[in-house]
Design a protein around this ligand. Sequence first.
Ligand code: ZN
Length: 190
Amino acid sequence: MTSDSRNERAFDLHCGSNALFLSDVPTLQWTPDDGNRDEFFMRQALAEAALAAEEGEIPIGAVLVCQNRAIARDHNRRERNCDPTAHAETLVLRAASVFFPSWRIEDSELFVTLEPCVMCAGALVQARVDRVVFGTRDPKGGAVVSLYELLNDSRLNWRCQVDEGTLGDECAAILRDFFRARRDDKRSGA
Ligand code: ZN
């Protein structure tokens, strides 16, 4: 992809065109007919989390939304990529960045099944994401409300709107079921 075509796509995106999207990029769009908007996008994140579980990854999924469109979606790939930074949030930020003319992921929202960690919360600040919606808290690693409040820290130069609890029971259940199955496998020697 040339830098010109990148800029053209970003420009189109900001003009609200439907034509910019690459055929291999999911472009699910929310409309009022789809019902609750946050739940609509969190369902996409949950679908990604389910894919992670199938791959033996801790099931966490994320979706980056701009202008009511899911412009990037992915899931935790830490094991598969042998990459400690391959969390769902950083992967969708990187994927979405091709649509923007600068490093800022402007006018965007991130939906993620689990409260972001320190690294991902930092990346969300760096990207200037406007709003973060997460499903369930991570008491041992969460950096949005649990251990730190990095998305709402007046010492930093960016603050996000934060909403939590969307499909929270489902987001917690997929993690619980994954760890329970893994414990059972260990006990049975699988
Ligand atoms: Zn993370």
